[in-house]
Design a protein around this ligand. Structure first.
Ligand SMILES: Cc1cc2nc3c(=O)[nH]c(=O)nc-3n(C[C@H](O)[C@H](O)[C@H](O)COP(=O)(O)OP(=O)(O)OC[C@H]3O[C@@H](n4cnc5c(N)ncnc54)[C@H](O)[C@@H]3O)c2cc1C
Length: 466
């Protein structure tokens, strides 16, 4: 290791070891490049936000909550398991173990591929140089040929509600809880807020969700959110829509509804109001790389900000999702290796892991109509599926959006149990430009939830002969 003013020569530098950065690094190494990844949290931090404080821990918490809640759900089916409780302190140990195992998996892939990780905070100080602040306070200087920026994002902070690790938490703090609070106020009814709120409610907290707009999941097609809204009511989660969170006072969160102030009981307040890209402290101006007003880095279809610098994941436009970051990572690595590639997916699936789950890929009916397509839709309710009945699941549906003129599936939307797993078939259909007949003619196994998509395709209104 070179410490001091002399810069170490680096072939391809990747900044950030999240699902964007580590996938890019592995692909570039596969293509013969010498890759160095600088990650603030070192090899233990590989996997980034998604593995350590995002996708993985949140889904682990949801699994626990679902297991506890599922016991009650099966009471009518004969299950006697009263008094089951979750111990969040034990869960924390379990979560740390599984996160560490998965991070070690990425580290071993790096080892095999010859990718080196440097632990430290990177900042660019010249068009081809960066300084890495090491944990011991020293700086290590790197001179690189090309770089991929994959520094991800961090939670947005609301005025008056800056996280303090105690009363006011962001999603990271919420996932570090080692006991279920008596009362929780969740600020923000987006996917992160609702996933956390619902899980904590199932684990025994009383939960109020405070949302500034007049609906939950503002970025999701309204029709898809109705079964979720019903489930929130059934679980006794209080929704305060059109309400602004102002700050905590004593045991409460203070909110404003219209002209009136109100109080919501909140031993803990979880603020989940979006995320900001980590682009402000990177010294991007030194690279000649600009950001837009949202702090995002403009890139071309190869994910290049200029001929030597690529940017991927949460620091560029598009859905802030792990699988999108990874897909961009492959493209960016290949582009910097001179391959003719472009990031042009037909659609990127998006999931809300509430109960029921909401999963979408491609155009919604409204978007397809706005685009002027000759739209046909078909919907299969969960109630027609025998498998759903065995699970006690009734609220949900599969919706297919078709462009009749092109005879193409352009959107698939699923609300119900395991929608997160089922949507991959929809993603394949949209990406492969499948026709509704392709889906209808594919034999789906019985009894499964996958029959929802088959049913929807079978019941699509007949295409008028040309
Ligand atoms: C609670 C929660 C739940 C989520 N659930 C899902 C989900 O279910 N599915 C899904 O697809 N997405 C989910 N996401 C979003 C997902 O985590 C992100 O979209 C994804 O992690 C982005 O990947 P990335 O590689 O761009 O950045 P990140 O994963 O954020 O990784 C960036 C890395 O860069 C490092 N870094 C930053 N700046 C520097 C620097 N200057 N020097 C060195 N290192 C630096 C950071 O330490 C970090 O490890 C969730 C997010 C949250 C918060």
């Amino acid at each position: 290791m070179v410490v001091g003013e002399i810069a170490e020569q680096v072939d391809l530098l990747v900044v950030g070891g999240g699902p964007g950065g580590y996938v890019a690094a592995l692909r570039a190494a596969e293509l013969g490049r010498e890759v160095v990844v600088v990650e603030r949290h070192g090899a233990e931090g590989l996997g980034g936000c998604c593995l350590h404080v995002g996708c993985v821990p949140s889904k682990a918490l949801i699994e626990l909550a679902h297991a506890v809640d599922g016991l009650g759900r099966m009471r009518d089916a004969g299950l006697e398991a009263d008094g089951a409780r979750a111990n969040l302190a034990t869960w924390q140990v379990h979560k740390q173990r599984l996160v560490a195992e998965l991070a070690a998996g990425v580290a071993s892939l790096f080892k095999r591929a010859g990718v080196r990780t440097i632990r430290g905070e990177l900042r660019f100080n010249k068009p081809d140089r960066a300084a890495v602040l090491l944990p011991d306070g020293n700086a290590q200087f790197l001179e690189f040929k090309q770089a991929i920026l994959a520094t991800g994002s961090r939670p947005s902070v609301l005025p008056g509600l800056a996280p303090d690790g105690e009363r006011i938490l962001d999603s990271t703090g919420a996932l570090a809880l080692d006991a279920v609070p008596r009362s929780v106020a969740v600020v923000g009814a987006g996917y992160i807020g609702l996933e956390l709120g619902m899980a904590l409610r199932k684990l025994g907290a009383s939960v109020t969700v405070v949302e500034a707009t007049d609906r939950i999941l503002p970025t999701v097609d309204a029709a898809l959110t109705r079964p979720v809204r019903k489930a929130l009511d059934a679980h006794g989660i209080e929704l305060r829509l059109g309400a602004l969170a102002l700050g905590v006072d004593g045991p409460d969160l203070v909110i404003r509804e219209g002209d009136a102030e109100a109080r919501v009981p909140a031993e803990r307040t979880i603020v989940a109001v979006g995320r900001r890209p980590n682009t402000d402290e990177l010294g991007l101006a030194q690279l000649g790389v600009a950001v837009d007003e949202a702090g995002l880095i403009p890139v071309d279809e190869r994910r290049l900000a200029n001929e030597r610098i690529a940017a991927i994941g949460d620091v560029v436009a598009g859905p802030a999702l792990a699988h999108k970051a990874s897909a961009e990572g492959r493209v960016a690595a290949e582009a910097l290796c001179g391959l003719p590639v472009a990031f042009e997916p037909e659609a990127i699936p998006a999931i809300v892991f509430t109960d029921p789950e909401v999963a979408s890929v491609g155009l919604t009916e409204a978007q397809a109509r706005e685009a002027g397509l000759d739209v046909a839709v078909a919907q299969a309710p969960l109630s027609v599926l025998a498998r759903a009945a065995t699970m006690g699941a009734r609220d949900g549906f599969t919706k297919l959006v078709v462009d009749r003129a092109a005879d193409r599936v352009v959107g698939v939307h699923i609300v119900g149990p395991h929608a997160s797993e089922l949507i991959a078939e929809g993603a394949l259909a949209v990406e492969m430009m499948a026709s509704p007949d392709d889906l209808a003619g594919t034999i789906h196994p019985h009894p499964t939830l996958s029959e929802g998509l088959h049913e929807a395709a079978l019941h699509l209104p007949a295409v008028a002969p040309a």
